[in-house]
Write a protein of this length. Sequence first.
Length: 111
Amino acid sequence: MGGASNSSSCVQATLKTLYFMLFCCCTWSTAMNIKPKKVLGVLEEAFREVLADVQNETYSITEEEEDRRRRRRRRMLQANRDMLTLMGKRKRRLKADLIKAKNNHSPSKTV
């Protein structure tokens, strides 16, 4: 029984993490005008890998399961990093566009 509750709590924690990622990604993508397909692609890949691991888990905690959990956590962290990279690129692009727009619209000084 103890193993089943451990697996269940692991699944719940994973789903909470995925929900949080989805919430953050939707908020950031809306605010920064990132294409939804890119956001969904990152989330879908992370979710697919986690779901595959969760479905294959056994209820007894073994060294193999611990390794799977570590790999899953690394994949989730990598998905977070991928989203941050995507948002960072978009933010830099927006800043560059803003600077260009300011330079193009500023009155030129003639001497």
